[in-house]
Design a protein. Sequence first.
Length: 467
Amino acid sequence: MPANILNLPAFTVQRVEESDHDYHVYAEVSNPPSTCATCNSDRLIGHGRNEQVIRDLPTHGKRLAIYVDTRRWRCQSCGKTFMETLPAVNAKREMTDRLVRWIGQQSLKRTFASLADETGLDEKTIRNIFRDYINELEQQFRFETPKWMGIDEIHIINKPRCVVSNIQNNTIVDMLQNRNKDTVSKYLTRMPNRDKVQYVAMDMWTPYRDAVQAVLPDATIVIDKFHVVRMANDAMERARKGMRAELTLKQKRGLMHDRFVMLKRKRDLCDEERLNLDGWTKNYPMLGEAYRLKEDFFEVYEATSPEDAARRFEAWRDGIPAEIRPYYADLIRAFQNWHPFILNYFGHPVTNAYTESLNSLIRVMNRLGRGYSFEALRAKILFTEGAHKHTLSRPKFKRRRAPERKVAEPATVGYALADGIMPFGKAIPLSRKGRSESEHPHESPGPPKNYGADIATLIELLESGRL
C-alpha cells in the first residue's frame, strides 16, 4: 500500500494494515510544534505520548481510520505541558475535516444508515453532522422574498406540512414543520423585506389566511383556482356514488368507467366518451344534471372580472335542483365563506399550479428515500446543488431624464399553465426591459439573487437519478 494513501501532507504514514473491510493507517504529525503555546519559548522536551483514532474518508470501498501517535510536550521555560494539535482534523469530532464535509454533502443524497455503514460511524453521529451542515447551508443560502407567494400543503411523514413557494419564479422557498397558524406566522415574521409580498395564493385553510392577514396586512390573498374547482369534481364524485348506490347490478354494469368520464371536462371527451355520456344522461337524468352543474361551475372561472364571476356563481347556485343541492353543499358554503378571496383571483389570477407539481415531486422523493426524516427531506429539496434559480440584481443609480421616444407596445408578464398564459399585474415596457449593457456604462451588476430551488430542475434531476 502506498505511503501517501492519506494524501494529507500534515501526516507522515508509518505503516498501513488492511483487513476485509478496513484500512488501519498508523501515522504521526509531520511538523511537530517548535515553540511553547503559552510563552513562545523553543525549549521543548517530550513528555509522553497518546494514540488518537481519527476517522477519514472511505478509500477503495473500505473504511479508514488513522491512528495518530500524538505527543505531549513540556516547556522548560514556563513548565507548561500541552498536546500537539492535529492539523486537518475537525475541532468538534475525531475525524478529518474532509470526512465531515463529505458526510454533510452525501447526507442530502443518501440515508443516514448507509453513510454510517460506509464510514464505520454511529448513525447518531451522521445525523449530528447533517444538522451542522444544514445550519451552515441555512446561513449560506438566502432566498429572495417572493412578490407572488404560494402557500400550500403536503401530507408526508405522518402529518401535513406547509410548503412556501415563489410563484413568479416557480421555485420553492421553504417547507415548514406543520401548517399551524403559529408556525406560519413566525415564519412570515422572520422573512426579510416581507412588505414586498404583493399576492399570496393559498387554499381555504383558515390558519393560513389568519397568519397572512396578521403579518402581511397589505398582501392580497388569492384562493387558488385549482382548490376550488377540485371541490366541484369532488361534489360530482359524491353525486355519482350516491346515485349508483340506488342502481341494480345490471344498471351499474351499464355505467362501466363512468367515473373517468364524469370527472373529465366536456370539451376533452373523445367521441366514444361523448356517446357514453349521452346514453347515461338520457337513462339517468339526475346523473346528467350533476355533470351539467359541474361543467357550469367551471364556467364561473371564465369570467372576465370579479363582478362577472359573482354573477355567474349566483346564477349557478340558484339553478341547482333541490335533490342535487346536498352534493354541492360544501362547494356552495366554501365559496360563500371565502367569497372576497376567491373573487380576488379574477383581478389577480395567481395560482399554486407549480406548487402542486412540486408536491408530487416531494412524495416521490420521500418514497425513494425510505427512512428520511422531515429535516433531511426538506434539506434535500431546498439545498440540492445546481437546482437554484439565480439572477443578477442591479444597484439603483441616478440617470438624467432621457427625451421621450416612441416604443413598441408593452409586453405582458405571464405565468404558463396548462390552459395557456395568464397575465399578471402591469405590463413591462420593452424600453426598460430590453436595455443593453452599453446604455448604462457606469452600472455594474449587484450580487446574484437566489429565488430558491427551481421546481422544473428538481423534477429533471429526480428523473435523471441525480437527486
